[in-house]
Design a protein around this ligand. Structure first.
Ligand code: MLT
Length: 409
């Protein structure tokens, strides 16, 4: 008889967004006439930029001709995309990467979930709290998280980010082996300045900590003092892996493409203290478990960096950030407290009178027909908050604010 990985049995019944989808579907079945506005999962609503569509069509045509047909591509990604990434996302910020440090994938979720495969099961793990649930769930699956007690995993160090500390995580008073940082932050929509991020890089350098830095929302940064990449901080290549995604930047949530940077100078050690380059291990992982992102998708991603692509992407980002502004003003007008939304497409709303997150979620769904994500689903420090995304269509965001205002009255 095969034995199961029992760590999976410790996980809550379903993934946060599946749970919400189920609750919304139940509501729809029982209230078929109600028009529900979904501002829960951070899924984009605007179509792909024209430059991307054209590049995909061209790539499809190439696949139809013997001379230009492509079979398996390099597991790490095609050089045309890797070169465009290095030039446009890093070199123009003074960061120099070798092509072998860039790994193209099918979206940041896969790599943030799988990166733990190259790390021992008994590393200590730290997360800012609240946090994107994939980081925690994947560590539970690997047996790294311990047991769930009062909403917290016993082997995870939670670093609270609350309105009381302006959502700026404080350095822990103990060392941590692996630390997850996501900035601009999902779910709070808040950011770290260069000075704040530098403290974390210095902490990692002093403590030999590996930082897993998720920058999936960097394209939404408006403020010049907010770093787009952790490698803008001196020394970060020695301590950090960075994850990027085309999902939120260019509307690829359904197309699937992202990339991971594993610098060559980044090491972790064996139990006996031998230092091992993680780039080599991740390359080995990808060659074994991944056969590359499709050629058509990589050509689509390359088009994001063309002059037309850049213009079109900018327009889409402006569209969502205008939604965020409208929503922030709308929520503030109700008297509710709201954070984020200035450098990220997420709004982090304090529930009225300390109402629990799930209760606020249910009331908003049943009484105003607006779907958010309960903050506590992102971790214990999310209790008493609800996340709304600015990725909706403009008219839905405006209507959701109108409903919220009427409902609060
Ligand atoms: C979110 O809503 O947090 C994201 O859309 C989830 C994801 O990117 O997987």
């Amino acid at each position: 008889m095969a034995l199961v990985n029992e760590h999976y049995l410790k996980l809550p019944g379903s993934y946060l967004f599946s749970d919400i989808a189920k609750k919304v579907n139940t509501f729809k079945v029982t209230h078929p006439k109600q028009d529900v506005i979904r501002l829960g999962i951070g899924d984009v609503t605007q179509p792909l930029p024209d430059a991307v569509i054209k590049a995909m069509h061209k790539a499809v045509d190439e696949m139809a001709i013997k001379e230009t047909f492509r079979g398996y591509g390099p597991e790490q990604g095609y050089s045309f995309l890797i070169d465009a990434i290095i030039k446009n996302d890093f070199a123009n910020r003074g960061i120099y990467l070798d092509p072998s440090e860039v790994f193209i994938n099918d979206g940041a979720k896969s790599d943030t979930g799988n990166i733990g495969d190259i790390l021992r099961h008994d590393n200590s793990v730290g997360v800012t709290d609240p946090i994107y649930p994939v980081y925690i769930d994947s560590n539970v699956m690997a047996g790294r998280a311990g047991v769930l007690e009062d909403g917290k995993w016993s082997n995870i160090v939670y670093i609270p980010c609350l309105s009381e500390n302006d959502f700026v995580p404080q350095l822990p008073d103990r060392r941590i082996d692996i630390l997850y940082l996501c900035y601009p932050n999902n779910p709070t929509g808040t950011t770290l300045s260069k000075t704040e991020l530098k403290k974390w890089v210095n902490y990692a350098l002093e403590n030999d900590t590996l930082i897993l830095f998720d920058a999936a929302y960097e394209a939404y940064i408006q403020d010049p003092d907010v770093p787009h990449s952790i490698y803008e901080i001196k020394g970060a290549k020695k301590v950090a892996i960075e994850f990027r995604s085309f999902s939120k930047t260019a509307g690829f949530t359904g197309v699937r493409c992202g990339y991971t940077i594993v610098p060559k100078e980044l090491n972790a050690t064996t139990l006996t203290g031998e230092r091992i380059p993680l780039n080599k291990l991740w390359n080995r992982h990808q060659c074994t478990k991944f056969n590359g992102t499709s050629y058509i998708t990589q050509r689509a991603a390359e088009a994001v960096y063309s002059p037309e692509g850049k213009e079109q992407v900018k327009e889409i980002i402006n569209y969502y950030m205008t939604n965020a502004k409208i929503m922030k003003q709308g929520i503030e007008a109700t008297g509710l407290k709201v954070f984020g939304g200035d450098n990220a497409p997420y709004l982090w709303v304090k529930t009225p009178n300390g109402m629990p997150s799930w209760k606020f979620f249910e009331q908003l769904l049943y009484e105003a027909n607006v779907v958010g994500t309960p903050g506590v689903g992102f971790g214990p420090s999310g209790e008493g908050y609800l996340r709304l995304t600015a990725f909706g269509a403009r008219e839905d965001c405006v209507e959701a604010m109108r409903r919220l205002k009427n409902w609060i009255k």
